[in-house]
Design a protein around this ligand. Structure first.
Ligand code: 4AZ
Length: 240
């Protein structure tokens, strides 16, 4: 019997004062641990403004990364709260089209990886074929405009062909992918899941980016295609 991996150990909750007004608490987004000092997330979570005018990273001191617990509201002996040293926004992130919706958080101290509650995840290095089965995880809304869960939720969904994605996005781009479950469209990411991982074959392949509502029939959720940004991630995060 294959061992069941606890995928929650790869996921963090981004907390920030700036997020409070959206959710009644300060969880704003998800992220993935890609090295003990580096969190992969979405630019729309931590970058404001427009790359054509001026892109402003949120202040590191306004953010907190919470790792080590599948529960959002309960502090356990495994909970790790980590301060951020630097917010790195993709220079060509465009908040209107969601192009290049990718950012990194460099942490002041290392995350302690115990392999059970907190662990780094590898990056998907090549584009995955359509119909690959993946899992998206996060503390986002349990339905459109619904509450956030305490315990992290997951949904098994499938990468969709680019043609399908193109027909449903205003401005589909090579650095994006889309995923859903055509037998159960309610399986989807939603507000608050943004920045978190779409995990395929044990690696992070996508970053929760945007959608047209959540769980809508014949729709899909849109993800930043991590394999398109390998070099950017390496240069801006993993080389440091
Ligand atoms: C959001 O607003 C959001 N159904 C993220 C993902 C999806 C929809 C909205 C995908 O953060």
């Amino acid at each position: 019997r294959p061992k069941i991996d606890n995928l929650a150990k790869y996921v963090v909750s981004l907390r920030g004062k700036k997020y409070k007004r959206f959710f009644g608490d300060n969880h704003g987004c998800g992220g993935s641990i890609i090295s003990p000092k580096v969190i992969l997330t979405a630019a729309h979570c931590v970058c404001r403004g427009d790359s054509r005018i001026e892109l402003k990273p949120l202040r590191p001191s306004d953010l907190l990364v919470v790792a080590g617990t599948p529960r959002r509201l309960v502090v356990t002996e495994k909970t790790q709260a980590l301060k951020v040293d630097k917010v790195i926004c993709h220079a060509y992130y465009d908040p209107k089209t969601f192009h290049n919706d990718i950012a990194l958080l460099l942490l002041i101290k290392n995350i302690y990886e115990d392999g059970v509650s907190a662990q780094r995840i590898s990056l998907q290095t090549s584009s995955l074929p359509p119909h690959t089965k993946c899992t998206v995880l996060g503390w986002g809304q349990i339905f459109t405009k619904g509450p956030l869960p305490d315990l992290i939720l997951h949904a098994d969904i499938y990468i969709m062909p680019n043609e399908f994605c193109k027909e449903r996005a205003n401005d589909f781009f090579f650095g994006m992918m889309c995923a859903n479950d055509e037998n159960d469209f309610e399986k989807d990411s939603c507000v608050g899941d943004s920045g978190g991982p779409l995990i395929c074959n044990g690696s992070v392949a996508g970053i929760v980016s945007f959608g047209y509502g959540c769980g809508a029939p014949d729709e899909a959720g849109f993800y930043t295609n991590v394999s398109s940004y390998r070099d950017w991630i390496r240069k801006n995060g993993l080389d440091k």
